[in-house]
Design a protein around this ligand. Structure first.
Ligand SMILES: CC(C)(COP(=O)(O)OP(=O)(O)OC[C@H]1O[C@@H](n2cnc3c(N)ncnc32)[C@H](O)[C@@H]1OP(=O)(O)O)[C@@H](O)C(=O)NCCC(=O)NCCS
Length: 189
């Protein structure tokens, strides 16, 4: 498979583009926060760890082989400046299975941006990359995240009880997913 979209990708209110090394400060601004890291597997990030992560992300903008990841910076159309990040990962090439993820700066929560960006990720995965199924995972306590998944038309497929020991406690995980034909039927409605 080769899925190498042209950037930027636009939604009604957002512009999605690959990361650059110049994005470190904007990403650090929200990734250093304990509230952002609360339900992520890693804790708050240092500026150095953000710089290292972005170094790896530069160039991760196409899906070619299993395991490839597209990492995108989210900007509003109103002004440039990163307000969050998205991922679309090719988890299984033969089975055409993908995974999406999203993290937004808290200054931009509650405005439907994650839902708008997530809808574009599903479109990229199904229309662009030809995926058959797309899933997303989150901590069961992460209401904001699984509400976005439900708004995107994803179904709760699994509730893994105490499946991992994360940050000193047993973790509960939800898995949500949508099949291509379910997504297309919902799009036509
Ligand atoms: C998960 C996360 C991205 C969700 O962000 P969010 O702001 O809650 O989600 P949205 O931007 O889609 O906003 C949804 C809320 O805005 C409201 N909203 C306002 N305008 C809207 C619109 N045009 N469209 C959809 N929702 C809208 C919705 O009603 C919804 O509120 P509700 O959940 O009380 O019903 C955010 O909480 C986050 O970044 N958390 C930290 C990192 C994280 O945990 N990431 C997920 C890891 S699995």
């Amino acid at each position: 498979m080769v899925y190498a979209p042209r950037y930027p990708i636009e939604t009604d209110r957002l512009r999605l583009r690959p990361f650059t090394r110049g994005d470190v400060d904007a990403v650090f601004a929200y990734r250093q926060r304990a509230d952002v890291a609360r339900y992520l597997s890693d804790g708050p990030m240092t500026r150095e760890s953000v710089a290292e992560a972005l170094q790896m992300r530069v160039g991760q903008e196409a899906l070619r082989v299993e395991g490839d990841k597209i990492f995108l910076a989210v900007e509003t159309k109103e002004r440039s400046g990163v307000i969050g990040e998205l991922s679309l990962i090719l988890r299984d090439e033969a089975g055409r299975q993908g995974e999406i993820g999203y993290i937004l700066d808290p200054g931009y929560h509650g405005q439907g941006y994650a839902t708008e960006a997530g809808a574009k990720l599903l479109e990229m995965g199904f229309d662009g990359a030809g995926l058959h199924r797309i899933y997303a995972r989150c901590a069961a306590a992460n209401h904001a995240s699984w509400r976005v998944m439900e708004r995107l038309g994803m179904r709760r497929e699994a509730h893994f009880r105490e499946h991992a020991f994360v940050k000193g406690a047993w973790d509960e995980e939800f898995v949500y997913a949508v099949l291509e034909d379910e997504w297309r039927t919902a799009e036509r409605r």
